[in-house]
Design a binder for this molecule. Structure first.
Ligand code: ZN
Length: 472
């Protein structure tokens, strides 16, 4: 379930630290772990993250985070790998860098920070761990080389940390991995370097350096309050915060006044934060947060409407959506949220009208496209719904929910081969392998052309790799 809710997963953060490898020319000559291995590892790592972590696919959130990453990357020296960003739905104030230039950002940072500069600061710090090759060096030191063994450890820990259900072998592997992962922490010198280079990237990308001290101060204060659980905190993986804060303050004090006094426009940050709060926090808490603003602007009105709809208070939500649209009638985010609400509560005409405008004017909005496809399907327009859902699937090819909807639409119009194939994949990603086998057999009996045979072969390869990587 990607576009709403989703099961709350427990993370084993150190597992990910295992893979914080960045490109390093020395690597190519070290053991068998080459750049090619690292790229392959990164691809598989992606698969693990996508299928086991609640990854955010709302392009209005991910696109915003990516825009900050792009600005910072433009201020960095050239990197051998393109920087890729994943946003994960989790309330912790956390972030990490991983293999081949991947960074992962937790939504807790967006929910708890107040400015774009703060968010950019944490991203800049993680990007500095990538550019300074800290984890590559750590992996080298620990002699943990070989993409296969690293990935096995990661998958084992992830699967093992979720408390059974996927086999005892994974749990055993997990405990070994936990011990190994402990060897791969950042050192205090790594942190100092990441702060320094991160601050340079931040300043060169025209953000305010003050964001860095206020971000780390917030992380420090909030993790004293609410830390713990299964997720090692940002502080325990990024040690020495107290000294680092003092050091950073001193460095910032030496910057020119014009740089120190910069302040970013927070409008885009506020929109991303609105969505994170409205969709990914407890709806009662979210509602209280929006109410506490006194509704002096249009955004908390929309936020409250979304929170009410998540609480199934349909009438109250409907009224609040009317208020929100009256407050901000032309905004496509408002139209999208209203369209989704109208669809879920059966007003198909209003849903299609609202979502169609968003899809036409902002074709990259996956969330709008997903609900538009479903609303149009309910109206019986399968040609349009299939095309729209295929576009969503292209962006999120392993999303079980998207695969299932597309399969249903295809079944409606008698495209039985594709329907069974997509049902099969959908069940595989839900880890229901009995149903996967059933639909694969059906699609095998229906495959006629070479192209269909080819699709079958690719699906089998995709799913067997998925099973192999996750050990299921
Ligand atoms: Zn760090």
């Amino acid at each position: 379930m990607i576009f709403r809710g989703g099961r709350r997963l427990r993370f084993f953060f150190l597992a990910c630290l295992m893979l914080l490898a960045s490109p390093c020319p020395a690597f190519t000559s070290f053991g068998e772990f080459s750049i090619r291995d690292e790229l392959e590892l990164a691809r598989k790592f992606d698969l693990v993250i996508e299928t086991r972590f609640p990854v955010v696919h709302d392009t209005r959130i991910t696109g915003y985070v990516q825009s900050l990453v792009d600005r910072l990357v433009a201020a960095m020296p050239p990197q051998p790998f393109p920087i890729k960003t994943t946003v994960v739905r989790n309330g912790s104030l956390n972030a990490f860098a991983s293999a081949a230039g991947h960074i992962t950002i937790f939504t807790g940072l967006i929910a708890n920070f107040d400015t774009e500069d703060e968010l950019a600061s944490v991203i800049a710090h993680e990007l500095a761990h990538v550019s300074e090759r800290h984890i590559a060096k750590s992996i080298e030191k620990s002699k943990l080389v070989g993409a296969g063994s690293l990935l096995g450890i990661l998958a084992g820990v992830l699967v093992g940390s979720q408390g059974g259900g996927d086999g005892a072998g994974a749990l055993v592997l997990g405990s070994v991995a936990g011990a190994k992962a402990m060897q791969l922490k950042y050192t205090r010198d790594n942190e100092k370097d990441a702060d320094q280079y991160g601050l340079n990237y931040l300043v060169d990308a025209d953000f305010s350096p003050a964001g860095m001290t206020s971000a780390f101060d917030k992380i420090r204060r909030m993790q004293w309050l609410g830390g713990g659980g299964n997720v090692p905190s940002y502080l325990s993986t990024h040690p020495g915060m107290d000294e680092r804060l003092v050091y950073m303050q001193e460095r910032i004090a030496r910057l020119p006044e014009a740089v120190r006094k910069r302040s970013s426009d927070n409008a885009s940050f506020e929109r991303a934060k609105l969505l994170v709060q409205a969709w990914y926090s407890d709806p009662n808490t979210a509602r209280a947060v929006f109410q506490s603003t006194g509704f002096t602007s249009c955004a908390p009105v929309l936020g409250e409407a979304i929170a009410l709809s998540r609480l199934n208070q349909i009438q109250a939500a409907g009224k609040r959506f009317d208020d929100a649209l009256a407050c901000n009638p032309a905004d496509l985010l408002w139209k999208r949220e209203y369209g989704r609400f109208a669809f879920e509560y059966g007003d198909l005409l209003a849903a299609v009208n609202s979502l169609q405008e968003v899809v036409l004017r902002e074709p990259e909005d996956l969330f709008a496209l997903f609900f538009y496809a479903r609303a149009v399907a309910e109206q019986g327009n399968h040609a349009v719904s299939i095309t729209a859902m295929e576009r969503v699937l292209k962006a999120v090819p392993r999303d079980a929910e998207v695969l299932e909807h597309l399969a249903r639409f295809q079944a409606e119009v008698g495209r039985a081969f594709e329907a069974h194939l997509n049902f099969a994949k959908s069940f595989a990603y839900k880890r229901q392998f009995g149903k996967y086998d059933f639909h694969m057999q059906k699609s095998e009996t229906l495959a006629r052309s070479t192209s269909e045979q080819d699709q079958l072969r690719k699906a089998r390869e995709e799913i067997s790799e998925f099973r192999e990587i996750l050990g299921i």
